[in-house]
Design a protein around this ligand. Sequence first.
Ligand SMILES: Cc1ncc(COP(=O)(O)O)c(C=O)c1O
Length: 443
Amino acid sequence: MNAQKYIESDPVIKRIADKQETAWINPWLQPFAVTDAVCQLVVSDADIQDAEDRLARFASFIRKCFPETEETAGLIESPLAEIPAMQRALEEKGARIPGKLLLKMDSHLAIAGSVKARGGIYEVLKHAEDLALASGKFTVEDDYARLADGDMKEFFGQYTVQVGSTGNLGLSIGITSAALGFKVKVHMSADAKQWKKDLLRSKGVEVIEYADDYSKAVAEGRKLSDLDPMSYFVDDEKSVNLFLGYAVAAKRLKKQLDEKGIAVDEKHPLIVYIPAGVGGAPGGVAYGLKRIFKDNVHCFFTEPVLCPSVLLGVATQEFENANVHDFGISGITEADGLACASPSGFVTRIMTNLLSGEFTIEDGKLYDHLRLLYQSENIQIEPSSCASFAGPCGLLQYEDSREYCRTHGLTEEVLANAAQIAWATGGRLVPEENRKAYLETYL
Ligand SMILES: Cc1ncc(COP(=O)(O)O)c(C=O)c1O
C-alpha cells in the first residue's frame, strides 16, 4: 500500500506516522440506524443471543472443569468497578475526566485472566459442541457436564486446535482446549511474554515460537492447521465466532450498569475505551454495545503509538492490508497483547461505521497508569490493558476529540452525567515477579 499518500494528505495520519500521541476521530462513523440493517446481515442480534445461549448451556461443564467459576455457577464474567481514586489521581496529574470513571475488569476474568477469554473460550466450546453433536455421542438436551467425562475427553483427543497469538488468546484457547482433551498448538510471535509461554507449556500445550511478528505466527499456524484434516484453526484475524464471544459482554454489562443504577440514554452517555491489538476483542465488545445502546454509547479503541494498526486499517480503509511497518512504525511495543502490525479485515470493516475513534499512547505511560491504578485502587493489570486510560485522559485533551464531543451532544452538562469505562483487558495471571517488575518499570 502507498502509505506516503495518506501521510501527506491527512495531518492526523502524519502525527500517527510520527509516533505522536493522538486522538483520531473516525470520519466514517454513521448514526446507528443507518448501519443497523446491513450490520445485522453480518452479525445479528439473534447470532449474539445464540452465543449467549450456548455459553449458558456450557455452564455446568465450565463449573465442573473450572471450580473457580463455582460462585457464578459456570458463568465467566468480570466485575465492573467504580474507580474514583484513580479518577482523582489522573485529574491530579492534569487530566479532565467528567462523569463517573469505571473499570471493566476483564483483567480478572476467570480461567484465562483477559478479555481474550470471552472469544477464545466461546470458540473452543462451540467447536467441541459441533464435534460432539456430529458424533452422535451427545445431544443438546444432555447435561453439558458430560463433555468432561473420560470417553468424551478421549474423543476430543483425536482432534487438534491451533491458534496464532501474542499470548492471551493462546492462554484462553490453550486452557479450555486442554480441559476438553484436545491437542493444542499455539503459534506465538516474538512479542509474546515468556511467562505466557511457560504457563501454556505447564498446561500441556505445544508452544511454537516464531522470531517474527504476530501476523507471521498466525499465517504459519493457519497453514499448518489447514494441512491436517483433524485440526481446527482459531483465526484471530477473521473469526466471527470469536467476535460473537466478545459481543456477549454487552448485555452483561448492561445488567451491571442497571444494578449500579447507571442509566444510559441521550442525557447519560456511555463512553467506552478498549485496547486493540488485531481488533477482534474490542471490535466484538463494541459491536455488542452498539447493538444495545445505539448512539448513546461512544466506542473508542486505544492503541500504542508503536502499533496503531486498527486505527490505520479503518482510517485508510485499506483494512487488513494496512501495516504499521509501511508507515515507518516498528510495531514493537511493551503492550505485547496489542502488538499486531496488521488489523483484522473483518473487524476493521464491520466497525467502520460504528467506531467513534481512537486514542494512542506512548509505552512509558502504560507503566505510569499501571502504577497509578495500583497505588490508588490496589488493582493491578498488565501493561496492554493500561492503554485504556489513554481514552478518558484524552477525550477533553485534544481539539479533535473536543470537536467530537461538540458535534455529538456531549456538552459539559451531559458529560457530567456520563459513565466512562476503561476496559481493563488483562492481568490476573501475571506472575508475582513480573508484577513487581512492571511496578518498577520507568521508560
Ligand atoms: C491484554 C490484552 N488487551 C487487549 C487485546 C486486544 O485484543 P485484540 O487483539 O482482539 O484486538 C489483547 C490481545 O491479545 C490483550 O492480550
